[in-house]
Design a protein around this ligand. Structure first.
Ligand code: FAD
Ligand code: SIN
Length: 536
């Protein structure tokens, strides 16, 4: 296997990974250079599909303050948000936005060239910046990709998976093994700083707004390497995915449409949110999702509707060009017709336990963006806080890495050697498991048994089935192809989600147990590592 070395390796090219790569390259001393590894093409990521926007507390937005933003974040987080982290991230928001702008990101402005702020659920004021109307993620991601490509000496491996993180006997990071699935080629990349920016886990669920790269790889790899993972039971289900676009990934109808006044209705046009929460359509996401789920279950229908007919067509098209275009493809004119919507797995609050600068419990291993769990989101993320967290964690990571020696050594112990050997030899076991069908089966299982509404019986039976599949899946290290690596990782994360969900015998934020519908006031975040189990 080829052996090479870099001062820093960034795994993932969403907003977190790209922002970190650009800043690191610009500001840090990197004697051995920098490498970005990405599973698909550079631009493909959850980030690319973000619609609503990015929270920013700007001094010129006189109605807003960091105090208000922190309060909203903590309220949405249902008791598990770390207030110090919320404070830190909120206070950094204006600074990171300025930096993003310096890398070519253009947020939408009004006719007086002032930044426009919109609103989404559970925000007390308009504070969300957007770009390209409803194409915020694409505009940021695209600007960062262009900037990165203009920096000639950043090495990029596309269509390459990180498949194993290498830690030595002292649980210190030594590097990563990569697999290019087009060339069928493995490499050992040695590095004192490996940064996981691999995004979330949406593809673990049958219905999701996340693209097919989102299989929880980085979190599973970090867990295998001994890192602490946290809050693994908390998956955010977005209330309004476009119910007609059910092809693996569901198109999103942004919460910003409700922010602009759209209402949820049944097929006869009757509103129902007032029966669930006084904030109605702008209640926190978990509440709106469960309300829709309950309406759908009561009447046995597959979706409810979003009524945005109060917005004139020319205004809708200008403000939400992506949504307008997709609706039109399905012969829906949002200014005349109701938009069919249903909930879908969307965002992962859990992940690798980190500080705001990305440090994990494994020395030299970092995680930023959605793969990390800083404590900002608690049990339920406030809309548009994710891109902000991606930018702030990347920003702080770079500040941290600037202060340490990033020289590689070409020396490692027998632990690392053993791990490398597992990928150097041929696969000697052949699993009879049909990988593609098993992925489909696992996604249905997670949707039905560990989804929006959970109970012990369903979780127990999911755990048994996941363990059965894991026993049949014989590839502990080297796998035959990309899909098999993804299934290996999905099984690890699914099991952790279900175990954590079983352990949390209460309902809180996005985790709802119909057998324990109340919130238990002393319940805290749960954490786990392969090394030991903890509650902290
Ligand atoms: P991602 O953008 O998901 O990038 C992950 C990267 O890791 C990808 O490049 C992927 O290819 C790579 N990768 C994965 N596994 C591997 C592997 N094994 N090896 C190598 N590379 C790997 N948040 C907001 O704040 N505001 C919004 O308006 C908003 N809207 C959203 C709309 C949609 C439809 C979706 C899906 C999400 C939305 N979110 C929004 C959430 C937000 O987009 C994500 O949380 C955020 O972009 C995650 O960024 P990231 O850089 O952490 O990961
Ligand atoms: C949306 O636009 O509704 C998504 C916003 C988010 O996930 O933060």
């Amino acid at each position: 296997m080829e052996h090479t070395k870099y001062s820093a390796v960034i795994i993932g090219s969403g907003i977190a990974g790209l922002f970190a790569a650009i800043k690191l390259h610009k500001e840090a001393n990197l004697p051995d250079g920098i490498l970005v590894i990405t599973k698909s093409k550079l631009i493909e990521s959850n980030s690319k599909y973000a619609q609503g926007g990015m929270v920013c507390v700007m001094p010129e937005n006189k109605l807003d303050s960091t105090m208000l933003h922190i309060e909203d974040t903590i309220k949405a987080g249902a008791g598990l948000t770390d207030s110090k982290v919320a404070e830190f991230i909120s206070e950094k928001s204006a600074q990171v936005v300025k930096e993003l702008q310096s890398f070519g990101v253009d947020f939408d402005r009004d006719e007086n060239n002032k930044l426009k702020f919109t609103k989404e659920a559970a925000h007390s004021v308009n504070r969300i910046l957007h770009a390209g109307g409803d194409a915020t993620g694409f505009c940021i991601e695209n600007a960062l990709v262009e900037y990165l490509l203009s920096q000639k000496d950043i090495q990029i491996y596309e269509e390459t998976l990180a498949v194993e993180l290498l830690t030595d006997k002292n649980n210190v990071n030594r590097g990563v093994i990569t697999y290019n699935y087009i060339k069928d080629e493995y490499k050992f990349i040695e590095s004192p700083a490996v940064i996981i920016a691999t995004g979330g886990v949406g593809q673990l669920y049958k219905y999701t707004t996340n693209p097919d790269i989102t299989t929880g790889d980085g979190i599973a790899l970090a867990y295998r390497a001994g890192a602490i993972v946290k809050d693994m039971e908390f998956i955010q289900f977005h209330p309004t995915a476009f119910a007609l676009s059910d092809k693996g990934t569901m198109f999103l109808i942004s919460e910003a449409v409700r922010g602009e006044g759209a209402k949820l209705v049944d097929a006869s046009g009757n509103r129902f949110m007032h029966n669930y929460d006084e904030r109605e359509e702008l209640a926190p996401r978990d509440i709106v999702t469960r309300a829709i789920y309950s309406e759908m279950s009561k009447t046995g229908v597959k979706n409810v509707y979003l009524d945005a007919t109060h917005i004139p067509e020319n205004i809708f098209e200008k403000r939400f060009p992506t949504i307008y275009g997709t609706c039109k493809e399905y012969n829906i004119n949002p200014s005349k017709n109701y938009i069919p919507v249903s909930p879908s797995a969307h965002y992962y609050m859990g992940g690798i336990k980190t500080k705001v600068n990305g440090e994990t419990s494994v020395k030299g291993l970092y995680a930023i963006g959605e793969a990390s769990c800083t404590g900002l989101h608690g049990a339920n993320r406030l809309a548009s806080n994710s891109i902000l967290e991606c930018a702030v964690t990347a920003f702080e990571l770079v500040n941290h890495l600037k202060s340490i020696n990033l020289e590689s050594t070409y020396s490692y112990d027998s632990n690392v050697e053993k791990l490398i050997n597992n990928y150097d030899s041929d696969i000697n076991q052949d699993s009879s498991l049909d990988i593609e069908n098993t992925i489909i089966r696992l996604k249905s299982l997670m949707w039905n048994n560990a989804g929006i509404v959970r109970n012990k019986e369903n979780l127990d039976s999911a755990l048994k089935e996941i363990k059965d599949i894991s026993n049949e899946f014989l590839y502990k290290y080297k796998c035959p192809d990309r899909k098999a690596y993804e299934l290996r990782n999905m099984l690890i994360i699914s099991q952790l989600i279900v175990e954590f969900a079983l352990q949390r015998s209460e309902s809180r934020g996005a985790h709802y147990r119909e057998d324990y519908p109340q919130t238990d006031d002393i319940a805290l975040s749960n954490e786990k590592t392969i090394l030991k189990c903890m509650k902290g």
